[in-house]
Design a protein around this ligand. Structure first.
Ligand SMILES: CC(C)(COP(=O)(O)OP(=O)(O)OC[C@H]1O[C@@H](n2cnc3c(N)ncnc32)[C@H](O)[C@@H]1OP(=O)(O)O)[C@@H](O)C(=O)NCCC(=O)NCCS
Length: 194
């Protein structure tokens, strides 16, 4: 059950506790399984153990958006982008995607990649991704790979997340001191849904 969204800022940061990770996974189950019919047994997988999870947290402390990042070689895979139904259309997913860019810059990755639901292509296009290859089916939903080149960070420049925050319609604020990413490695999975 979700509450009424306010105009207060949503905080964006990396998962900080086991409880927050549980809330992010619960949001994914609500969005992908209950709403979109993805089988529950494939929603949470082994990548969740190695991924870096970002969350958007509402003023009253609820996780209302999430995304996971898995570095694979010089690439960062973006996955499981989900926003609570009542919090959509406020730029939360866009801000999460910019946080993904910031992470990729931090580990000097060359490319961000995600398997987009075909219905959501525009979201990612607006975030700078372009489709590559042919659509394919995964979890009963049509997907297409999309990629975004990582823009190297310029010293003293405005970070991607700061630009995103300036652009989004709602006030979405990035987390403070938690942005230093740690590069892990994970097996490649050609069909890891965004
Ligand atoms: C898709 C989803 C993550 C978007 O979250 P959001 O916070 O509402 O997205 P934003 O507010 O940042 O939207 C940014 C832009 O993308 C567009 N967009 C958002 N969701 C879209 C969708 N499902 N299809 C097409 N375009 C979409 C918006 O129109 C918006 O453009 P605008 O700024 O010109 O109006 C959210 O609707 C969701 O969780 N859906 C169910 C799960 C899902 O489909 N996840 C994506 C898996 S690939």
């Amino acid at each position: 059950m979700t509450g009424t969204p306010t105009t207060e800022p949503v905080a964006l940061h990396w998962v900080r506790s086991a409880g927050e990770l549980r809330a992010a996974l619960a949001l994914r189950l609500r969005v992908f399984c209950d709403e979109q019919g993805v089988p529950r047994e494939i929603e949470v997988d082994e990548y969740d153990d190695v991924a870096r999870h970002a969350v958007a947290v509402s003023p009253d402390g609820r996780v209302v958006g999430t995304m996971r990042l898995v570095p694979v070689g010089t690439m960062v895979k973006v996955g499981r982008v989900a926003v609570d139904r009542e919090w959509r259309g406020r730029g939360i997913a866009s801000a999460l995607l910019e946080k993904g860019m910031e992470y990729a810059q931090g580990i000097r990755a060359e490319e961000l990649r995600l398997a987009a639901q075909v219905a959501a292509i525009d979201l990612y296009r607006k975030a700078g991704y372009r489709p590559v290859g042919q659509p394919f089916e995964e979890a009963g939903i049509e997907h297409v790979w999309m990629v975004r080149e990582v823009v190297p960070v310029r010293r003293g420049g405005l970070s991607g997340i700061a630009r995103a925050v300036g652009r989004v319609r709602s006030a979405v604020v990035p987390g403070g001191t938690d942005a230093a990413p740690v590069a892990g490695d994970a097996p490649a999975d050609p069909h890891d849904r965004a």
